[in-house]
Design a protein around this ligand. Structure first.
Ligand SMILES: *Cc1c(COP(=O)(O)O)cnc(C)c1O
Length: 387
């Protein structure tokens, strides 16, 4: 059994994949070929945003979004510590400072009340309200924006988050690397923030065969700036350089692969719902010892992961080992919250600063999840988990 089985999907669409790749080999426009624009148009339509800008990875998508807002030294960007390193890494890469905010224990996403407290803490320099990163007293941080993460494919509480960012005049970047295909109040993920960012890393809900990503926005100026930034800050042509940018394009071949995969994507999202519902049904009845995922009524998850909470770290370890002995792969996303990662030592956060994130990190366990997971396999997994 695979944790994420990409072979079954490939067998289904192998002819289409080969035809699309061959097309690229024939026309030879490997950089910014016609497939890139075709994919951008298709995904902008799917998400319901005016602009889609393909880029080299999900990490670059978030980096480009921050660069479009001219984020740099002295800027504070609020985000969750219970996420993949990319989300906060790009903030520091630009010389800005991540300000961490604890999560909601049911959804694992940014907790709006904690966000409000963190913004107020920064504005009033009151660490009793919320832990703050340590910075030299001579350089007070300026609140600029928020990066929300739709962890495991579940959209965050955008209605609450948006009222906070509007109140404090912050921008909202949505890290939808795991939630492409999800919905929030009837609108697709990537359309909830000022800029939505997703990843096409192979294991994500819509994955290519390498690295890729995309930014979505309704704002013409932001779109134009991101288009420039992804090609070395180009102006009217690539030898006209108007700003510092990056080499951040999406490869034509990856776009061609994604076009083939996108044809069956809506169906795969449906299949994921079925797999998740089956897990939750099979695992019901032991809810006092194992917590299955909560999906708020106005949300639809893309089910990038199906993650359960064990009673405590010891129980998680024994559950993971038991499953491993039966050749069932599992994963821990994420074992250490970002505020405790050595790379962020310089921010001087400490253990206990974000108790919900720390607790979830010690109890979380992701089970095999993909659209083609068989019911028989799910039954076996459930039996082992329950025994
Ligand atoms: C995967 C992921 C990213 C980064 O995407 P890449 O395409 O690997 O660069 C960013 N944020 C989250 C939450 C992710 O899961």
């Amino acid at each position: 059994m695979e944790f994420i089985d990409l072979d079954i999907q490939q067998k289904r669409i192998r002819d289409k994949l080969e035809a699309n790749i061959q097309n690229v080999l024939n026309h030879g426009r490997y950089i910014m070929g016609p497939e890139v624009k075709k994919l951008e148009d298709a995904l902008a339509g799917y998400v319901g945003m005016n602009h889609a800008i393909g880029c080299a990875s999900g990490t670059d998508a978030i980096l480009l979004a921050l660069m479009a807002y001219n984020v740099g030294p002295g800027d504070a960007i609020f985000t969750t510590p219970f996420t993949f390193i990319s989300t906060a890494e790009v903030i520091s890469l630009l010389g800005a400072t991540p300000v961490f905010v604890d999560i909601d224990p049911n959804t694992f996403n940014l907790d709006p009340d904690s966000l409000e407290k963190a913004v107020m803490a920064l504005k009033t320099n009151d660490t009793l309200l919320s832990p703050l990163p340590e910075t030299p007293a001579s350089t007070p941080l300026k609140p600029r924006g928020v990066i929300s993460v739709d962890l495991f494919g579940l959209p965050a509480d955008y209605q609450s988050l948006k009222s906070i960012v509007e109140k404090h005049d912050l921008f909202l970047i949505q890290d939808a690397a795991q939630s492409f295909g999800a919905e929030y109040k009837g609108r697709r993920a990537c359309s909830q923030g000022d800029i939505g960012c997703t990843s096409f890393f192979p294991a994500k809900p819509l994955g290519c065969y390498g690295d890729g990503g995309m930014c979505f926005t309704d704002d013409d100026n932001l779109a134009y700036t991101i288009q420039s930034l992804r090609i070395h800050g180009k102006g009217s042509n690539k030898y006209d350089n108007v700003r510092i940018g990056i080499n951040g394009r999406l490869d034509t071949i990856q776009a061609a692969i994604l076009l083939a995969k996108f044809e069956i994507f809506a169906e795969e999202i449906e299949l994921r719902q079925g797999v998740a519902e089956k897990y939750s049904m099979l695992l019901s009845g032991i809810n006092d010892r194992l917590k299955t995922p909560t999906v708020p009524e106005d949300c639809r998850s893309a089910w990038a992961q199906y993650s359960v909470l064990a009673e405590d770290e010891l129980n998680r370890t024994s559950l993971q080992e038991k499953l491993k002995r039966e050749n069932i792969p599992t994963a821990i996303y994420y074992p250490k919250p970002l505020h405790l990662q050595p790379v962020f030592n310089c921010l001087c956060y400490k253990k206990g600063d974000f108790p919900v994130s720390e607790k979830c990190a010690s109890m979380i366990l992701s089970l095999p999840m993909h659209p083609y997971l068989r019911e028989g396999d799910q039954r076996r997994i459930a039996e082992i988990v329950k025994s």
